[in-house]
Write a protein of this length. Structure first.
Length: 156
C-alpha cells in the first residue's frame, strides 16, 4: 500500500470511528439522551437536580419518571444514569411485596420511602464512550418493562 493510500485509509477509519462514537448515548452528554427520547416520541425536559447534576423529567405511556445523572464532576462528565419512578402508595404497599419484587426481578431495584411510598430504580453505566443507540433502545425498553411490571406488582 502506498503512503498516500495508507494516510487516506487511516483518515477514513478515524472519521468513521468518530462518527459512530458521536451517535452513542452517554451520560457525559445529556443532549444525546434528549435526542434519543425525542426520536422515540417521548417528550422530555432537561433540568438540573438539587446538587447541580443534569436531570431529565418525562412522561411516557402515562407514567412520569426521571433520569438522574451520576458520577458527575461539577454537573459535567457524568458516567452513569438512573431511571427512577416513584409511586404515592401511602403505606399501602407492604415491605413484603417490595422484598418479593427484589428477590424475583433481576432489573429494577425497589424500596419504600420512610412515608411508605414505593420506588423503583434502574441504573445504567454508560462510561466515557457511551453505548450504541441500538443498545440504549434495549435499555429503554427494559426500563419501560420494569415500570409496567412494577406497577402491576404494587397494584398501581
Amino acid at each position: 500500500m502506498t503512503m498516500s493510500k495508507l494516510i487516506c485509509a487511516t483518515a477514513l477509519a478515524a472519521f468513521t470511528a468518530g462518527g459512530a462514537l458521536a451517535q452513542n448515548i452517554t451520560a457525559a452528554d445529556p443532549q444525546s439522551l434528549m435526542n434519543f427520547f425525542a426520536d422515540e416520541g417521548a417528550p422530555a425536559k432537561l433540568d438540573v437536580d438539587n446538587v447541580g447534576d443534569p436531570l431529565i423529567e418525562m412522561k411516557h405511556y402515562g407514567t412520569e419518571f426521571a433520569v438522574y445523572f451520576y458520577g458527575c464532576d461539577d454537573g459535567k462528565s457524568c458516567d452513569a444514569i438512573q431511571f427512577f419512578s416513584g409511586y404515592s402508595t401511602d403505606g399501602k404497599t407492604p415491605i413484603a411485596t417490595i422484598n418479593v419484587w427484589n428477590r424475583e426481578n433481576r432489573y429494577g431495584r425497589a424500596y419504600l420511602t420512610d412515608e411508605g411510598n414505593a420506588r423503583v430504580e434502574y441504573d445504567v453505566y454508560t462510561g466515557a464512550d457511551g453505548i450504541t443507540r441500538e443498545d440504549f433502545a434495549e435499555v429503554f425498553e427494559m426500563w419501560l418493562s420494569v415500570m409496567g411490571q412494577f406497577e402491576k406488582h404494587i397494584d398501581w
